[in-house]
Design a protein around this ligand. Structure first.
Ligand SMILES: Cc1cc2nc3c(=O)[nH]c(=O)nc-3n(C[C@H](O)[C@H](O)[C@H](O)COP(=O)(O)OP(=O)(O)OC[C@H]3O[C@@H](n4cnc5c(N)ncnc54)[C@H](O)[C@@H]3O)c2cc1C
Length: 284
């Protein structure tokens, strides 16, 4: 069995990723336009990554199997996004959010990465607000929050019960702006069939054009896989049938390591109703 090295940087928990970022080698702005990046997936992860990379000046190609990035499965997310902004002044903090996430992960998640997620949570809300996502606001005009997931503070930023849809529309408009500027090229209705490895590095993908049936090849300096969840490997799942791990599986076959397959979201909405005592509609 191979040991998975998650390459978490050294140092005290709260500083690990900040120190790592401070030491990263920079790419000369003049060189960015010479570097091509393939992003597979145009959900919240892929579309955000692609539009940010395009904005930075890289040449980006984005692939998805749907006819539009707006139909990525992110559209289904409902409840909201947790962030440690402490707007309700109920003593929330980055540490409290970190601690709640560690508990939520049954103490099995990697602490440094969870800390980083808690730390950047506030920027995520700022980012989506800047993209125009209409998060709920209270009567004073500031962003509203609600309390989610059994935590003792109110830190969930939401847009009614359609947070994912609204975030995806915001991300999509930012992606479309980059497409119009020419920094991002969109390839919808493409199914990634294989990953191309050159001297140990991912340098391209093979796709099937789902309209013409043609097999196509695309090369780049780097490949980002943002291909979403793999819920349908389980019989019961809230995820749509398209979330079938096909891209992750090709990467695995080419030597990528795959960890924690049991960390998958199952919503109460996917549990079949057995009798009248069971709630028929559960909103998360
Ligand atoms: C019902 C529901 C409620 C949720 N509620 C919340 C919530 O309240 N808060 C929260 O934070 N999260 C929530 N989530 C989870 C959240 O929605 C997801 O974790 C997130 O949206 C995943 O985004 P993604 O970009 O990684 O994947 P996706 O949006 O699934 O995008 C995957 C992309 O990869 C592409 N792709 C996949 N395979 C291939 C292939 N072989 N070839 C080409 N393209 C491919 C697809 O076309 C798509 O564009 C919820 C999820 C569900 C289902």
């Amino acid at each position: 069995m191979r040991k998975l090295d998650s390459k978490i940087p050294d140092g005290p928990l709260a500083d690990k990723w900040n120190n790592y970022k401070a030491g990263l080698r920079l790419v000369n702005p003049a060189n960015k336009k010479k570097l091509e990046i393939i992003v597979v997936g145009s959900g919240l992860a892929g579309a955000s990554a692609a539009s940010a990379l395009g904005e930075l000046g890289y040449k980006v190609k984005v692939f998805c199997f749907q006819d539009s990035p707006r139909r990525a499965h992110s559209v289904a997310a409902q409840g909201g996004i947790n962030a440690a902004k402490n707007y309700k002044n109920d003593n929330d903090s980055v540490y409290r959010l970190f601690y709640d996430m560690i508990k939520g992960g049954d103490y099995r998640a990697r602490e440094a990465n969870v800390y980083r997620a808690a730390e950047v949570s506030n920027q995520v809300i700022d980012h989506f607000t800047a993209l125009g996502v209409p998060f709920a606001r209270d009567y004073g005009g500031t962003l509203d929050t609600r309390s989610f997931g059994g935590v003792q503070v109110s830190r969930t930023f939401y847009a009614k019960g359609v947070t994912g849809q609204q975030c995806l529309l915001g991300t999509y408009s930012s992606l479309t702006r980059q497409v119009a500027k020419g920094s991002v090229k969109m390839y919808p209705r493409r199914d990634m069939l294989n990953l191309v490895i050159v001297q140990g590095k991912a340098r391209g993908i093979i796709t099937r054009n789902l309209v013409s049936g043609e097999i196509e090849r695309h090369s780049a300096h780097a490949v980002v896989l943002a291909t979403g969840g793999y819920g349908t490997v389980y019989y019961l799942s809230t995820l749509g049938l398209g979330s079938n791990a096909s891209a992750a599986w090709t990467a695995f076959k080419k030597g990528a390591l795959f960890a924690n397959p049991s960390f998958i979201q199952i919503h109460p909405t996917s549990i079949p109703v057995l009798n009248d005592y069971q709630s028929k509609l559960t909103l998360m």
